[in-house]
Write a protein that binds this ligand. Structure first.
Ligand SMILES: *Cc1c(COP(=O)(O)O)cnc(C)c1O
Length: 375
């Protein structure tokens, strides 16, 4: 937790559950990625946390933006982003959303099918388009592979068709999966996509952009490679495949920009051991429906800090406060928490700045959506 977040929590005592997020850490993360990959343009993946103070800060820093929906496009514009600095990166868009983005001046769109390409040709004539390639998501704790992206052979046909439809066949993209913990994933993906890029260019379709997606991890329970390790793998692969004729490079980090900037403060509602329970059950005032959606399958394993840390611990299951049996965060991962932990205590879920606030339900069981404080 950053000193600013710690100060806010100890001085202001905001009601729980809430997210407190340090905007200076967002800026530091952005700057670190710029330093590591100076040749790549950064398009912040707005869906990771679309809060206005984050968008404002990133606009000031000169970031571009990857928007998943028309509301995110409009939030970026409202924050002062130029339409040319916005990519509509979802491959699944309503015709009306494409038309609205196009009318607002957005001219860069993702697709991965003939059907979406035809929609783009109709509702965003002349736009720059890039095709998403399906790549392996091994090593990603939150994979994105089955729902998006197409094969190399299909992408080649699609990019040829784009020009015939009056669109600008601009580039190729991939996403190695979110919370990607291996640098090799980028290596392998770049090798695959660069080959198609070169083949198309040699056949007369001059692509200009390689979009390497997001996926850069946040440190949760387990250590992850540094951003410089990812940058070295990426630049190594790019120069291996393109020599000194590098295309325009785009990265779309979400989690790596905001993840470790935020902390959730939560109250322990109950610590209990019932009947034949092997472990204590710790119920927090935030759970799967309060924003911790990425605990599904125990995929993202947040670190939890308590005031009793350092004392003796024991195994626990950790669950949310609702009357829903699916509202369990961790049962199999093997969490241990202090034996002194009791109802009424406050705990801190660390590095929860990404993919939390917008996942909170609207009043399920009467619980309000997660409160947010940007400092
Ligand atoms: C979600 C998403 C991102 C951001 O991914 P992170 O793992 O948060 O960096 C980037 N690009 C696209 C197309 C996405 O869908």
């Amino acid at each position: 937790m950053t000193p600013k977040v710690a100060r806010y929590l100890s001085h202001i005592h905001p009601a729980t559950p809430c997210l407190v997020l340090d905007l200076d850490r967002v800026e530091a993360n952005y700057a670190a990625l710029r330093r590591a990959l100076p040749l790549a343009r950064i398009y912040y993946a707005v869906k990771a946390n679309p809060a206005a103070p984050i968008l404002d800060r990133l606009v000031r820093l000169g970031s571009a933006f990857d928007a998943a929906g028309i509301e995110e496009v409009e939030a970026c514009l409202a924050a002062g982003a130029a339409p040319e600095a916005i990519s509509f990166g979802n491959t699944i868009k309503k015709a009306s959303a494409i038309a609205r983005a196009h009318a607002a001046g957005v001219s860069l769109f993702a697709f991965d099918s003939d059907e979406e390409l035809e929609k783009l040709a109709t509702h965003a004539p002349g736009a720059r388009v890039y095709c998403r390639i399906r790549v392996e998501n091994h090593g990603a704790d939150w994979p994105l592979s089955r729902k998006f992206g197409t094969t190399i052979a299909h992408a080649a046909r699609l990019m040829r068709r784009a020009g015939a439809l009056g669109l600008d066949a601009y580039g190729l993209s991939f996403h190695v999966g979110s919370q990607q913990t291996t640098t090799e994933a980028y290596d392998l993906a770049i090798a695959r996509v660069a080959m198609l890029f070169t083949d198309l260019t040699e056949s007369g379709i001059t692509l200009r952009m390689m979009n390497l997606g997001g996926g850069f991890p946040t440190r949760y329970r387990d250590p992850v490679p540094e951003i410089d390790d990812f940058a070295a793998a990426i630049m190594g692969a790019m120069t291996r495949h393109f020599g000194n004729a590098l295309p325009e490079m785009v990265v779309e980090p979400g989690r790596a920009i905001v993840g470790d900037a935020g902390v959730i403060a939560s109250e322990v509602v109950l610590v209990s051991r019932r009947g034949d329970d092997a472990v204590r059950w710790v119920y927090l005032d935030i759970g799967r429906f309060g924003g911790l959606a990425e605990t599904e399958g125990e995929a993202i394993r947040y670190r939890i800090a308590t005031a009793h840390d350092g004392g003796p611990t024991g195994p626990v299951a950790i669950a949310g406060p609702t009357c829903d049996g699916a509202d369990i965060m961790y049962e199999r991962t093997g969490y241990h928490l202090p034996l002194a932990l009791a109802s009424g205590d406050q705990v801190h879920l660390l590095a929860t700045g990404a993919y939390v606030t917008t996942y909170a339900s609207q009043g399920f069981n009467g619980f309000a959506p997660l409160a947010e404080h940007y400092v």
